[in-house]
Design a binder for this molecule. Structure first.
Ligand SMILES: Nc1ncnc2c1ncn2[C@@H]1O[C@H](COP(=O)(O)OP(=O)(O)O)[C@@H](O)[C@H]1O
Ligand SMILES: [Mg+2]
Length: 204
């Protein structure tokens, strides 16, 4: 049994994990996928050894990023290097060469043991700077070094295969596809925000 570390500010900073997702608990994972995610985490050493990640797809607000952050923290607690970034932020980091403290961004995202590529969008396919072909190359480089990647996206796999054919070809053997379903949790967050100002929904 691996000794689990307690994550400190330095871990979160180095992981590039947004503050909102630093205190994710197992209960925050959408119920529909809690079992497979808990199995992934319980086998995480083997998963990382084999370079196996996840492709979390589903509608907005169901908890895809929350789930990816949970897994990222569990992996970091086992002392593996982790990097968490949205695809659009990654493009900006590579373009401007800022955002990481050592080495080049691209070297780091190619080699880090677990990479979370959050919020892959349709526009990411057509960007001339870091588009579908570059993403496919990144996934290919990572697979060949047995580096695991977690991708989150609102795009369904069929559409992904059209817009990101190379990347999806890599993902076939490197990521377990998981459909995330459930309510849009941002509705609940909005209700709580309105309650703070004494606004109550009428006629419900
Ligand atoms: N257990 C929970 N209960 C209520 N809201 C939650 C819970 N877990 C996360 N949230 C909030 O729900 C929102 C949507 O979650 P997120 O993971 O960003 O969804 P997605 O990435 O699928 O769009 C976020 O604002 C998050 O803070
Ligand atoms: Mg998200």
């Amino acid at each position: 049994v691996t000794e689990l570390r307690t994550l400190e500010m330095a871990d979160f900073t180095r992981m590039n994990l947004p503050a909102e997702f630093r205190k994710v608990k197992p209960e925050d994972i959408p119920e529909s996928i809690r079992e497979p995610i808990s199995r992934y985490v319980s086998q995480v050493d083997q998963m990382l050894r084999d370079g196996l990640g996840l492709l979390l797809h589903g509608p907005a607000g169901v908890g895809k990023t929350t789930t990816a952050a949970y897994v990222a923290c569990e992996v970091r607690r086992r002392a593996y290097p982790v990097f968490f970034v949205t695809v659009s932020d990654l493009r900006e980091m590579i373009r401007t060469r800022v955002g990481v403290d050592d080495g080049t961004v691209l070297e780091r995202v190619r080699r880090v043991k677990l990479l979370v590529l959050d919020s892959l969008r349709a526009e990411d396919a057509t960007d001339s700077f870091f588009g579908a072909v570059d993403l496919a190359r990144l996934l290919e480089a990572r697979s060949s070094w047995n580096r695991a990647t977690i991708v989150t996206t609102q795009i369904a796999p069929a559409a992904l295969r059209t817009s990101f054919p190379g990347m999806m070809e890599q993902a076939r053997t490197a990521c377990v596809e998981i459909k995330v379903t459930g309510p849009n949790r941002r509705d609940h967050v909005q209700e709580k925000l309105q309650e703070r100002l004494g606004i109550t929904r009428k006629g419900v």
